[in-house]
Design a protein. Structure first.
Lengths: 350, 128, 426
């Protein structure tokens, strides 16, 4: 049987071009060359596979010229038409990890060539792409090369051959949100007893089913003096001035809007609308106060129930918008709210 | 809990037949998942769940029938009820839909099982 | 309590003119066994068959699996409050016929489930492909209600298992194991430095075809209580549960509860196995709150350091599991929970219908939605008519070449939640 063809991606450091000072090294392909960690991979492949080309790219270059770098590298890979694409391992190098993860996912998605990478679980590239591409969990520095390669090489062969991939615990990849059955060496009750003994002795243990992430936020203490508080409105319901001047996307929003409502007492059909694409907009477009209750808060302001309504509101569409983006938006405008002396926020969603 | 203090929400004609005299029963010819959603809406309105919406080991989308007990009175929205009903609605989608693929006789058995599950809940409810 | 378990290995089952055990072979008089089963008035007829490991045989729809045992010394008898008179069991001497099982089958409801394949890929998943199985297919009297039928088949199975167990009364066991627990005070004195550990077993108790009996008492009518872990070895807990084949506990699993056995392995070495706590999984939410309060209270009163909690079934019991875990952890008692998963055919869905950060130590029996192809086998014991209607299967299940495309759900014991198997998931 013909050997499996592999294209390998590494950065300027592992290609021994240089460190940070050479991080702007543009992408290049070295056909027929095996470079750096490629040696260890080749040894691990034995006669089953060979690296037919190595792509080298500086970490800064990749991340700062993302679209061009991606397109160039994809073209290089496409021309080689390998059976599998391997990037890294990147260990705990942040920009290298992001590059490995990004390009692996792109090769897999756009070229239909199976791909894998490897990095430390806390590398930012891991969180971004571990559910899209197989990612071997490595140690946090290059001393873990041998261990990383011993898992990456066999998984790469399986991917290239289209063989079924086992559970994360068997293959060594990071859990990717897909539960896969496999047979353990001991029955469940024995595993339970062992886990309990570890837990009782305060030794580390690994649960077989991590509970879903509970990103719960403890509520702040109640506002003591509402009659003198400055209240702001924030929404993920997509309310924007008519015409959506900042082009907030109807789904997977990439930004948020900040709008002045000085002197605005009522959101009308003529002046406001929703940009949100995830619910029937008819009622929100007819009267945007239904999502962003400016009218009611103006009433409360007048009645003296609240001190005042902050003169700016912040808005985006929560429809399919990533948690990372949402967090980034809020981190930014929370500072603005604090700076403006806002005491409390009413956050409305749809 | 006396009979006057709870409501049965069901799409099971057998339950309706057995309980319509003497119990408050809301019988609707809708799907299993729609029954859960109907109950969810009532929970948001202040009713509290009395029986678990995923009662029974017969899976959602396998049996078409579901009967649930909720309080008749309304209070402040009960968080635990919301959490349970939302998880139940999510769980529905994990199972292949095959409620419409059985021979006629099987539906009678599904109705009977749903009834007996509800009956075990009623037995507890009537103790209160 | 001290119980001596004598194991008698059965390497084959054969029909013969007289029921007896000789050189590890169980000879069964069909006539005698049928007479025992037909003591249940609601059963019209019984057909018997033998299924051996490796044979091209499929048994379905399976109701229960039972290991024959006999009480040779000490109080009470096997299945107290059900077959034997009510008396506290769990001490003295008991013999078990290892390597075999009595399997009851019968169409109790139209969607009756439970497949045991003796060979092929399905056999990998069910623990009962490794036992010599005496299968009883029970036909009911005309016009019988499902709950009467279920009860009749349940009891007929126990009667036959007890009848066969009796054949071993005067034999010498091939192997003997001793299980001994201490009283509370003895335990503290004997093992002052070992962590105090108990096993919290949740029993299926939702209603008809979802019931479990403790000394004959319907488990939905109990408040949580404690047992000596040896009591289950004499049949203190039996199954009346016919639904969810993959994660219901057949009586065989209750008799051989693996958590009990594996905790006994460590008893006096790394931990002090204090007792077994049983609780239920009722449909009524207030019952759940009360029962979980009680399990947590018992854990505290017993000064436990840790517990293993096992579940039975899907959905509704997830709520009990999480309540138990949360409340027991809140008492400062460390927990490990055992469950199985319904993560969808693609493995991408939320596995449980409830969750809590306190549940940080979970053992899983695998994803019950995983699809498996069961090839056509030469012989079917029971009937395939209903296979197409079982959980995780559909009318379209039967493929052209006679193979079945089903989810693991339909295989008896496949994702057992007492940790009976090696199957897991990540």
């Amino acid at each position: 049987m013909a050997k499996i063809k592999v294209v390998h991606y590494i950065n300027q450091f592992f290609a021994q071009i240089g460190g940070e000072e050479k991080a702007d090294y543009p992408a290049e392909i070295r056909v027929g060359e095996v470079v750096g960690p490629g040696m260890a991979l080749t040894a691990s492949f034995k006669d089953d596979a060979e690296i037919i080309a190595t792509i080298v790219c500086g970490d800064s270059y990749f991340n700062e010229n993302l679209e061009k770098a991606k397109a160039d590298i994809l073209a290089m890979v496409k021309e080689q038409a390998p059976d599998v694409f391997i990037a890294g391992p990147a260990f705990n190098a942040g920009r290298y990890g992001v590059a490995c993860a990004t390009i692996s996912a792109a090769v897999q998605e756009e070229l239909g060539i199976p791909a894998l990478t490897g990095m430390y679980v806390e590398n930012p590239g891991a969180d971004m792409f571990k559910n899209q591409v197989y990612m071997i969990a490595t140690k946090n520095n290059a001393a873990g090369m041998r261990d990383a390669v011993s898992k990456m090489a066999p998984l790469a062969l399986k991917l290239a051959k289209g063989e079924p991939i086992g559970a994360s615990a068997e293959e060594g990849y990071m859990p990717n949100g897909i539960r896969v059955n496999f047979f353990e060496k001991e029955r469940g009750s024995q595993r339970a007893v062992k886990m309990l003994l570890k837990k009782l002795n305060d030794k580390p243990f690994v649960t077989e089913y991590p509970m879903p992430d509970f990103d719960r936020v403890d509520p702040n203490p109640a506002v003591k003096d509402l009659a003198h508080a400055k209240i702001a409105l924030v929404t993920s319901g997509g309310i924007v001035p008519k015409g959506n001047p900042d082009h907030i996307e109807s789904s997977s929003a990439s930004h948020y809007g900040e709008y002045d409502i000085t002197g605005v007492y009522d959101l009308t059909e003529e002046t406001y609308e929703t940009a949100h694409g995830g619910y029937d907009p008819v009622y929100a477009n007819k009267d945007s106060d239904r999502v962003l209750p400016v009218d009611v808060l103006r009433d409360l302001e007048k009645e003296g129930v609240i001190g005042e309504l902050h003169n700016k509101f912040y808005t985006t569409t929560g429809n399919g918008t990533s948690v990372a983006n949402s967090k980034a938006f809020a981190a930014e405008f929370s500072q603005k709210l604090l700076a403006a002396g806002v005491d409390a926020v009413i956050l409305t969603s749809t | 809990m006396s009979k006057g203090n709870y409501i049965v929400i069901t799409n099971n004609p057998l339950v309706f037949e057995k309980l319509k005299d003497g119990h408050e029963v809301i019988y609707r010819e809708i799907s299993y998942e729609e029954i859960l959603k109907d109950v969810r809406d009532r929970i948001h309105d202040g009713h509290r769940l009395l029986t678990h919406p995923l009662s029974g080991s017969v899976k959602p989308n396998e049996t078409p029938y579901k009967s649930i007990l909720i309080t008749k009175g309304k209070e402040k929205m009960d968080d635990w009820s919301v959490q349970i009903i939302e998880s139940a609605i999510q769980a529905c989608r994990k199972f292949e839909f095959k409620s419409d693929k059985y021979g006629a006789g099987v539906y009678k058995d599904f109705q009977m099982i749903d009834w007996t599950l509800l009956e075990s809940g009623l037995a507890s409810a009537d103790l209160w | 309590m001290r119980l001596e378990m004598g194991h008698i290995y059965i390497k084959d089952i054969q029909f013969g003119p007289e029921s007896k055990i000789e050189d590890g072979v169980l000879y069964v008089s069909e006539e005698a066994v049928k007479a025992v089963a037909l003591e249940e008035e609601k059963i019209k007829s019984v057909s018997l068959d033998i299924a051996r490991p490796g044979e091209s045989v499929r048994i379905t729809p399976v109701k229960d699996v039972i290991e024959p045992r006999v009480k040779v010394e000490g109080r009470g008898g096997i299945f107290p409050g059900v077959i034997s008179k009510t008396d506290t069991v769990g001490e003295g001497k008991t013999y078990a016929l290892k390597g075999m099982a009595v399997v009851t089958a019968g169409k109790i409801v139209g969607f009756q489930e439970g497949i045991i394949d003796m060979t092929g890929p399905g056999a990998e998943y069910t623990p009962f492909s490794k036992t010599q199985n005496l299968v009883m297919v029970c036909e009911p009297e005309e016009g019988i209600e499902p709950h009467d039928y279920e009860k009749a088949v349940r009891l007929a199975g126990f009667r036959v298992a007890v009848y066969i167990g009796e054949l071993a009364r005067d034999l010498t066991p091939d192997e003997t194991k001793v299980y001994e627990t201490c009283t509370i005070k003895e335990g503290i004195e004997k093992y002052p430095d070992l962590p105090r550990v108990a096993y919290v077993q949740m029993l299926q108790s939702q209603g008809l075809l979802h019931d479990t009996y403790v000394y004959g008492v319907d488990a939905k009518r109990i408040v949580p209580t404690i047992l000596s872990p040896t009591e289950i070895m004499d049949g203190a807990i039996v199954s009346g549960n016919c639904v969810s084949a993959c994660d219901k506990n057949p009586t065989y699993v209750h008799l051989n509860n693996p958590v009990v056995h594996d905790l006994f392995e460590q008893h006096g070495k790394t931990l002090n196995f204090v007792c077994q706590i049983i609780t239920n999984e009722n449909v009524y939410l207030a019952d759940k709150l009360r029962s979980s309060d009680w399990t947590a209270k018992l854990c505290k009163m017993l000064d436990l350091d840790g517990v293993i909690v096992s579940q039975e079934g899907f959905g509704n019991p997830d709520t009990d599991l999480i309540l138990n875990c949360k409340k027991i952890e809140a008492e400062g008692v460390k927990t490990v929970i055992i469950t199985d998963e319904y993560a969808g055919r693609d493995g991408k869905s939320q596995s449980l219908a409830d969750a809590d950060p306190a549940a940080d130590a979970v053992i899983t029996g695998g994803n019950a939605n995983q699809v498996i192809i069961l090839p056509k086998l030469d012989k079917v014991i029971g009937t395939l008519d209903y296979v197409t209607k079982i959980a995780g299967a559909s009318e379209e299940t039967l493929r052209e070449d006679g193979s079945l495309e089903v989810e693991l759900q339909v295989i008896t014991g496949a994702t057992n939640e007492t940790g009976f198997n090696k199957l897991s998931a990540r």
